[in-house]
Design a binder for this molecule. Structure first.
Ligand SMILES: [Ca+2]
Length: 219
């Protein structure tokens, strides 16, 4: 009985419908296009992000635009957004500004994506499957605000809502992690997903609509 207590206490502190789980080896499946299915992630964030590193893995066969990671605040819907505008074009938004990275298209294959950004220089990097896609600059001196609504599966045009089915994600997402610092991406390993803001191994989340958790198909 005593062994159960920490888990029981944690559940008491989680609000209704939230799950706190080690998702190691598992993936979220978004099985169909909708403007209703999503997963809301609860970050461990005490102050604005001066720097960040975001990594995730995804598989989709979509050829239209879609959102991979949508972090909104009350003042900016695209506070931190990783968005695919078309096959081979990834957009990273910080504080409603955006840069585009051109990536050799590899449709129908899973991707391991990592993006980092630092306030001091404004430099953003995108790495795809362990390879750099160049560096761009945006929002030098900015801080990413902390009161966030973080959503997988949909692109927010307002805080926690205003979804468009035609920007929804259809496919699978796994190993999502977020750090509050620039992690050297050359050293990022495929199994590094214990971010200190979001960790796939200790994820607090809430799912809505048609979302399924299953063992992952790819590493
Ligand atoms: Ca938006």
């Amino acid at each position: 009985m005593e062994k159960l207590l920490p888990g029981v206490l944690l559940l008491v502190f989680l609000s209704e419908g939230m799950t706190h789980s080690d998702l190691g080896g598992k993936a979220f499946i978004f099985p169909e296009e909708s403007n209703t299915a999503y997963v809301s992630l609860i970050p461990r964030l005490k102050k604005p992000l001066k720097n960040f590193t975001l990594c995730l893995k995804a598989f989709t066969d979509l050829s239209r635009s879609y959102s991979l990671f949508s972090y909104s605040t009350k003042s900016r819907d695209n506070e931190l957004l990783l968005f695919v505008s078309k096959v081979g074009e990834y957009m990273l938004h910080v504080g409603n500004a955006a840069v585009t990275f051109k990536v050799p298209p590899s449709p129908y294959a899973p991707v391991h994506l990592c993006a980092s950004w630092e306030s001091a220089s404004g430099i953003a990097e995108l790495w795809v499957n362990g390879k750099p896609m160049g560096r761009k600059g945006l929002q030098k001196g900015y801080y990413v605000k902390q009161e966030a609504s973080i959503i997988l599966g949909q692109e927010q045009d307002s805080f926690g809502g205003s979804f468009d089915a035609k920007q929804s994600f259809v496919g699978e997402i796994w190993d999502v992690s977020l750090w509050d610092r620039v992690v050297p991406l050359r050293d990022m390993c495929a199994s590094c997903y214990s971010g200190n803001v979001l960790s796939w191994q200790a994820l607090t989340y809430k799912d809505k609509g048609y979302v399924v958790v299953k063992p992952k198909l790819w590493a």
